[in-house]
Design a protein around this ligand. Structure first.
Ligand SMILES: NC(=O)c1ccc[n+]([C@@H]2O[C@H](COP(=O)([O-])OP(=O)(O)OC[C@H]3O[C@@H](n4cnc5c(N)ncnc54)[C@H](OP(=O)(O)O)[C@@H]3O)[C@@H](O)[C@H]2O)c1
Length: 242
């Protein structure tokens, strides 16, 4: 039997993606947990969710730089319960690309993961999302508007994702709503190279957000049937200042 509420969440094994999976699962969704390399974290998350509700999750690994893997991910996700009603494009590639030290591969990897894969997954899943009057939610970044120094390719990729959010919202309406959440500082990158004091001093609310702030924004979009093509900044007021 078909299950009406099924979400595919990319990069869902850890961090913000795992929080999104947990929240949607709590709200009654069956979850397709996509991951790249984090197999142990993905299995732990699946175990936790399955303990709460049996047969409510699937795990799918895919390298989002590989077009065939992206296609297979969409197909496997759809085959899981015969429907995808929500696609959350959360997976992301983030590293510095100083001008003068950026290779073709750096450029392609960031653009493939952050822009092309969200677009292609939306395209592959368009029919099922249409049939379920579903939603696509892209996770962008406030650096889409004001680029982060030495991260021009990442910043450009998120700006492209903002643009895609608006054009897909127009093109896929009225059946599918497409919106984006644009986080500021939520979780520090795992490489620990960030100057956290400087970043916090520029945030009016003087603290990081939490993954729950992102899942609250997703919840808003999922439950707001007259909202499409919007970008919601969750940034503690950072973008109110220069
Ligand atoms: N953290 C923040 O404060 C912050 C701020 C602004 C915007 N954001 C945005 O919010 C979202 C979540 O942030 P986050 O910090 O939780 O993300 P993250 O840890 O940087 O990345 C999420 C996941 O993306 C997956 N990924 C990366 N490259 C991949 C590839 N080639 N193939 C498949 N999967 C790939 C990784 O999966 P595996 O680990 O399984 O390989 C990773 O766990 C991202 O879109 C990010 O840009 C976050």
């Amino acid at each position: 039997m078909k299950k009406r509420k099924v979400a595919l969440i990319t990069g869902a094994a850890k961090r913000i993606g795992a929080a999104i999976a947990d929240r949607l699962h709590n709200d009654g969704y069956n979850i397709v947990i996509h991951y790249g390399n984090s197999v142990d974290a993905a299995k732990n998350l699946q175990q936790k969710l399955e303990y709460k509700r049996a047969d409510s999750t699937r795990l799918v690994s895919a390298n989002l730089t590989d077009p065939q893997a992206v296609y297979n991910l969409a197909k496997t996700a759809l085959d899981s319960w015969g429907i995808i009603s929500v696609l959350i494009n959360n997976a992301s590639c983030f590293y510095p690309t100083p001008i003068g030290a950026t290779s073709d591969e750096h450029w392609s990897t960031i653009m493939d993961v952050n822009v092309k894969a969200p677009y292609m997954l939306s395209q592959h899943l368009r029919n099922t999302l249409s049939e379920s009057h579903g939603c696509i939610i892209n996770i962008t970044d406030i650096y889409a508007d004001r680029p982060l120094q030495l991260h021009s390719v990442y910043s450009a990729s998120k700006a492209a994702l903002v643009s895609l959010t608006k054009s897909m919202a127009a093109e896929l309406a009225p059946e599918i709503r497409v919106n984006a959440v644009s986080p500021g500082a939520i979780l520090w990158p795992e490489n620990n190279l960030t100057d956290t004091d400087t970043i916090l001093s520029r945030i009016p609310l003087k603290r990081c957000g939490s993954p729950k702030d992102i899942t609250d924004a997703i919840d808003y979009f999922l439950n707001s049937n007259y909202v499409t093509g919007q970008i919601l900044k969750i940034d503690g007021g950072r973008t109110t200042l220069p």
